[in-house]
Design a protein around this ligand. Structure first.
Ligand code: MOS
Length: 704
């Protein structure tokens, strides 16, 4: 007999620490990733990228390579199947970089020019390295700088209004007793998941099957259906385990190449991108040049806030890094102006990377706030409290919940902020100058329509099916807790199956929207199921299944400013001899709604803070102006924080209830934790040394 409300109903699964459901499978190697799943007759593709930054392919000299051992095919623009890139998908129009081998133009260094397919991966690699491609080279422009003559204000970016504002900016600046006018830059930064992008494709009884590593299997399935003009129901994409993803794992050349090759060769084909190829094919965070102007009364109340940001994009696709968006949420001012501008260069297209816009934007805005606090002689936390808005500063919408000051209060208490001497350069420990800094964090917490099903099984267990993706965050486990609580059963009785496009449309693991969107669909399906079970009498062998679709409910959600918030604290030591900055401790306190699984939530928050540390002190990709290619595009040349760079990091949260929320007050936590970290560290470096660092990373040569 199966009941959901037995004599001892189990509640409170949400909020209880739970280790990852698939943790044992992962550490024992039982979990198979896209590059691991074995298939009979599997062929292997190895990609060849352009060595020039702009021009035309004159010839792909395939014949000598086709004679090499094991080589089955060389695909290129002269022989590849045609695709259709003229469509608008879930997240807009596709980057033409995924329409591989459709013409002879080369728009950037690292553009796909050929795929060698062979019996083994080693044979494919050897042949790919031997393949000669000849080009007609043309002059390129890869130089990013503020004031580039190609700068423009993008119109119609679906993610954010390019320009927003109110009031008379110049008049308020002129009337301000205190003005900060500063320029900040952040460099090009790369995400590089532990598991590189990989996909296996095969035709199976008239259906295209793709085993992938992605952030959304229905999303990728839809894009492939569009590109290859297939009926969406004839494409199935699965992505059971994902070894990291921070915005780059959508539709990318590897899935398209695998589909092309399996279509031509009539056997399964796998394409795995190399570590180096990730640097040009899966997106990155654009460099930014930002100017912030703040005007304030002597007590620090803002009269004017102006944030202008510039990022680069490619010449084939427009991407806007919305760095200037933060002020629209964080601080009110009588005159308010924020604008995101772009310049198109002969480079690969940037993409979303953990807290797009907010990560680089918070460096500029939160450092400028610290500079204003110094000039006004006001404590940085008091300055933020003085400028706390009652409603969205630009939208005028109410906040669903806004506990940023609670984060600062709790953070200040735990960090020992009250004992801080506000003057810079006062603390010394041997050859280290010591300083502390703080910054605010915020990230939108949106929701998108999703579908789910829940089946009551005859053995008393429940099966949830939803096309969620667990990119390493613990999403599978979080959904198990959410379903268990809704069903009022122990989590052990709930089986959550994810990442199969056949389960139906669901939000991708991105934009800090996954858990909130999926939780809504799962709890809605459980509600439906409970009604069916009340009516029914007994569970048939195939179980009883209820389905949900939150499209209507999402559409009816009242308009709110809905965001996660946080307060970041850092203590640094600056070596006066070498200029090295070392972070000594960090504390992040967040207001991020109802925390589903404290164990994985804390891990995710600490992970974001580590990345923020890395952004502040280490990460920087360098592009060679002459060749137009990156220098040292691998994990040896691209420097990032290692264990030895990372001190004790504490992450915690304050209560952040939202009783009106139909999703139980769950917010996203994936991105807020990186926001503000670089600013807190830069502000701490100022406090240690008295010198402002407005260009990341804060390298020793810049400190000296
Ligand atoms: Mo994230 S940058 O929304 O995957």
């Amino acid at each position: 007999m199966t009941t959901m409300t037995g004599p001892t109903p189990v509640t409170g699964a949400v909020g209880t620490a739970h280790t990852r459901i698939e943790g044992l499978d992962k550490v024992t190697g039982a979990a198979r990733y896209a590059g691991d799943v074995p298939y009979a007759e599997l062929a292997h593709g190895w990609l060849v990228l352009s060595t020039i930054a702009r021009g035309r392919i004159r010839s792909v000299e395939a014949d000598p390579v086709l004679a090499m051992p094991g080589v089955l095919a060389v695909l290129h623009h002269g022989n590849a199947p045609r695709v259709n890139a003229d469509y608008t998908g879930l997240l807009g129009r596709p980057d033409p970089t995924v329409a591989v081998f459709q013409h002879d133009r080369v728009p950037f260094a690292g553009w796909p020019v050929a795929l060698v397919v062979a019996e083994t991966s080693e044979q494919a690699r050897e042949a790919a390295e031997a393949l000669v491609v000849r080009y007609d080279e043309e002059p390129h422009d890869v130089a990013f700088f503020a004031g580039h003559p190609g700068t423009y204000t993008p119109e119609g970016n679906p993610r954010m209004q390019a320009e927003a504002g109110k009031g008379d900016l110049e008049a308020e600046l002129a009337a301000s007793a205190v003005v900060v006018d500063a320029e900040y830059t952040t460099p090009q930064e790369h995400h590089n998941p532990l598991e590189p992008h990989a996909a296996m494709a095969r035709w199976d009884s008239g259906r295209l099957e793709v085993i992938d590593s992605n952030q959304g299997s229905t999303w990728v399935a839809e894009e492939l259906a569009n590109l290859f003009s297939l009926d969406p129901s004839s494409v199935r994409v699965r992505s059971e385990h994902v070894g990291g993803a921070f915005g780059s794992k959508g539709v990318r050349p590897h899935q398209v190449l695998a589909v092309m090759a399996t279509t031509v060769l009539h056997r399964p084909v796998r394409v795995v991108l190399t570590r180096r190829q990730l640097f040009s094919l899966v997106g990155y965070r654009s460099p930014t040049a930002q100017r912030v102007r703040l005007g304030a009364d002597p007590d620090g109340r803002l009269r004017a806030l102006d944030h202008q940001a510039l990022n680069l994009t490619s010449k084939v696709h427009e991407f806007v890094e919305t760095s200037a968006g933060l002020g629209r949420v964080m601080y009110d001012a009588d005159a308010h102006h924020t604008v995101n501008r772009v310049v198109a260069l002969d480079v690969p297209t940037p993409t979303w990377m953990r807290a797009p816009g907010a990560a680089p934007g918070s460096f500029a805005l939160e450092c400028a706030l610290d500079e204003l606090a110094e000039k006004c002689g006001v404590d940085p936390i008091a300055l933020r409290a003085r400028n706390e808005p009652d409603a969205g500063p630009v939208s005028g919408l109410p906040f669903s919940s806004r506990n940023v000051l609670a984060c600062f209060q709790e953070g200040a208490r735990r960090f020992g902020w009250a004992d801080r001497d506000p003057r810079p350069g006062q603390r010394r420990d041997g050859r280290w100058l010591i300083g502390t800094g703080t910054a605010a964090a915020t990230h939108p917490s949106g929701v998108a329509p999703s579908t789910a099903s829940v089946t009551a099984e005859p053995d008393g267990t429940f099966t949830v099916r939803i096309t969620a993706a667990d990119v390493g965050t613990g999403a599978r486990t979080a959904l198990t807790l959410i379903a268990a609580e809704a069903l009022e059963v122990e989590p052990e009785r709930v089986r959550v199956r994810i990442a199969d496009s056949d389960f139906g449309q669901a939000m991708v693991a991105g934009g800090s929207m996954g858990t909130r969107s999926w939780a809504w669909a799962v709890t809605s399906a459980v509600r439906e199921l409970r009604e069916l079970l009340v009516l029914g009498d007994g569970i048939p062998p195939e179980g009883i299944t209820a389905r949900s679709n939150t499209a209507e409910a999402v559409g009816a959600l009242p308009m709110r400013e809905r965001h996660a918030f946080g307060a970041q604290f850092a203590e640094v030591g600056v070596d006066v001899v070498t200029g090295e900055v070392r972070v000594r401790r960090m504390l992040g306190i967040f207001a991020a709604g109802r925390i589903v699984n404290p164990l994985t939530a804390r891990s995710q928050l600490v992970g974001g803070m580590v990345w923020g540390l890395s952004m502040a002190l280490h990460e920087e990709a360098a592009r060679d102006q002459a060749s137009g290619a990156l220098v040292g595009a691998d994990l040896a040349g691209y420097h990032f924080a290692a264990n030895a760079d990372v001190p004790l990091i504490e992450a915690d949260w304050v209560d952040d209830p939202d009783d009106e929320d139909p999703v139980g007050g769950i917010k996203g936590i994936g991105e807020v934790s990186i926001v503000g970290v670089a600013a807190a560290i830069a502000n701490a470096v100022w406090h240690a040394t008295g010198v402002r660092h407005r260009h990341l990373p804060i390298r020793p040569d810049r400190v000296l």
